[in-house]
Design a protein around this ligand. Structure first.
Ligand code: ADP
Ligand code: MG
Length: 236
């Protein structure tokens, strides 16, 4: 279960003369285990911010975020990083690949970040299987800076899936793909979520992809009105 309580997050602005700062406020949000949640909403409404808070990349000014038994908002920076590498698969909207590393090394990055993750033959097999399922087999040894946007996006997706994470967060993972690859990627996310009984949260602008999800959250309607901000419950 993902559980958010009394969350308030603001970006720290460098100077006070900038526009009103963005504020994300979610009083309560529960997502049951194995749910498949599609988040839709206009650009700038805070979807990426929410995924980064769930992944523990940023911490809110106040409130709690729990992923299963773990209260991520109470972990140290190092413990949050290890937890993320081992249990959270995040497909970044801007990929965040390491430019000078090749495709295989980018996909295996969680095993470099968290030294307690074991790299063995089953991981090697999974790497081969994931690369094949998104059409990257012939590119495994190529530096990612020499890939197209669509190829880089597929590397980012494989990296999020390689540890078979319990929480799978995907930030517009089909944004740079053609219709055939889009469908393939969404099917792969569902299939991987099924295998590892993961909770899948995917941000998308493509409403044609939301039908296969158990829940759809319209982010603006949900967070846009201050009095009732975020008072929604996602139930199976
Ligand atoms: P979405 O993913 O829905 O497009 P974001 O979560 O990226 O929205 O951004 C929400 C708001 O926060 C936007 O107004 C954006 O300009 C602002 N924002 C995003 N990142 C930063 C940052 N690092 N510093 C300050 N403001 C930011
Ligand atoms: Mg975004």
């Amino acid at each position: 279960m993902i559980r958010i309580r009394d969350l308030v997050f603001r970006y720290q602005m460098a100077t006070a003369r900038m526009q009103p700062e963005f504020r994300l406020q979610i009083p309560a949000w529960d997502v049951p285990d194995s749910a498949r949640v599609a988040i839709v909403g206009p650009s700038g409404s805070g979807k990426t911010t929410l995924l980064h808070l769930l992944a523990g990349i940023m911490v809110p000014q106040s409130g709690q975020i729990e992923l299963g038994e773990v209260r991520v908002t109470e972990l140290s920076d190092a413990a949050r990083r290890d937890f993320r590498a081992a249990h959270v698969g995040l497909v970044f909207q801007r990929f965040e690949l390491i430019e000078y590393l090749n495709v295989a090394k980018n996909i295996l990055l969680p095993y470099t970040i968290n030294r307690s993750l074991r790299f063995d033959d089953s991981v090697r097999l999974r790497l081969e299987h994931l690369a094949a399922s998104v059409g990257l087999t012939h590119l495994l040894h190529r530096p990612v800076q020499r890939l197209s946007q669509g190829e880089q996006q597929r590397v980012a997706i494989c990296r999020a899936l390689i540890t078979q994470p319990k929480w799978l967060l995907a930030d517009e993972p089909t944004g740079n793909l053609d219709p055939e690859n889009k469908r393939r990627i969404v099917d792969l996310l569902h299939q991987q979520a099924e295998v590892s009984r993961a909770t899948l949260i995917m941000v998308t602008h493509d409403v044609s992809l939301t039908a296969s999800f158990s829940h759809t959250v319209d982010f603006q309607a949900w967070c846009g009105r201050s009095e009732e901000a975020g008072q929604t419950e996602v139930r199976q």
